[in-house]
Write a protein that binds this ligand. Structure first.
Ligand code: ZN
Length: 295
């Protein structure tokens, strides 16, 4: 985790931090099914330090509380469905109680942070070296440069294997690694990306002319059908851990928010959670020589 330093200057209130978040990743871009914004907190309380993470899970909440942070910002929502209780009898209620008792606010920036410039997929596309970027599926209620996913081109064509290695190197290390479907020797140049689960975008990926699609959470049937539809050709698939494809946004978000507050004369310390919150801990293969594992 990034270390906190002394923080001279006027600290923003939680309300002022939320205004800056809204300026960077407009809450109006939140999908209808999604829930973003303040989950826990007093709007007039000063925020001197912020921890940014992907997942509102117990280990991250502990990190925020033990680190003395005034605000935890997570990409994923804690309370997506309606709740009738935040007692400590449920895991989520326990997290709400611990945050409230410690005086640490929680704000979630989810689909509003997926779509705009400076959103999750654009940062993922930047990190993979894509230029001439455009949204994969333009936003219905946002500016022209907003939308889900990004399509762009690499400076020069590379093999699918080499590009998959670049993806693996660019993301945090997780137990499941990076999975690839397609001819490893084939050249790829046009790349579609969607941070997080992107299996609803195959039509957009095909329409984009992408040689390869980088996303997460690809299940058997959508992935198999996409490969069958491609008849062995493009778009090839690269499947990463959901946590990993979205974590790349976290350091960018911490800096962007700090800069935006500074432009308003407000000073805050912003740290990045480097805890790996991918739920999987290990992958096992059959002994050498078994089908598919070592070839
Ligand atoms: Zn996600």
């Amino acid at each position: 985790m990034t270390e906190l330093q002394e923080n001279p200057g006027t600290a923003p209130t939680l309300a002022e931090v939320v205004e800056s978040i809204d300026a960077l990743w407009p809450f109006s871009l939140t999908e209808e099914w999604d829930r973003t914004g303040v989950v826990v907190g007093r709007m007039d309380k000063p925020v001197r330090s912020i921890l940014v993470a992907v997942d509102p899970v117990a280990d991250v909440v502990t990190q925020a509380i033990e680190g003395g942070f005034d605000l935890l910002i997570t990409h994923h929502p804690l309370l997506l469905k309606g709740v009738n209780s935040v007692s400590d009898e449920t895991a989520k209620g326990e997290m709400v109680m611990r945050l409230a008792e410690a005086g640490c606010a929680l704000v979630c920036t989810h689909t509003n942070a997926d779509q705009p410039e400076g959103g999750v997929s654009q940062i993922l596309a930047d990190i993979l070296g894509l230029t001439e970027q455009r949204p994969l599926a333009p936003a219905k209620n946002g500016p022209d440069d907003a939308g889900i996913g990004r399509v762009g081109v690499l400076a020069e064509p590379v093999s699918l294997a080499s590009f998959a290695q670049r993806v693996a190197r660019s993301l945090p290390r997780v137990a499941g690694g990076v999975r690839v479907a397609g001819d490893l020797q084939a050249e790829v140049r046009t790349v579609a990306v969607c941070g997080g689960a992107g299996d609803s975008l195959f039509d957009d990926v095909r329409a984009s002319g992408a040689d390869v699609y980088v996303t997460s959470d690809l299940r058997h049937h959508p992935a198999s059908e996409a490969r069958e539809t491609a008849r062995g050709g493009t778009p090839f698939l690269i499947d990463t851990a959901h946590f990993a494809s979205e974590w790349v946004w976290v350091p960018f978000a911490a800096q962007a928010l700090k800069r935006h507050l500074a432009s308003r004369g407000l000073s805050v310390q912003a740290a990045v959670s480097e805890l790996v919150t991918d739920p999987w801990d290990a992958v096992f293969f059959p002994e050498r020589g078994a089908a598919g594992a070592e070839s």
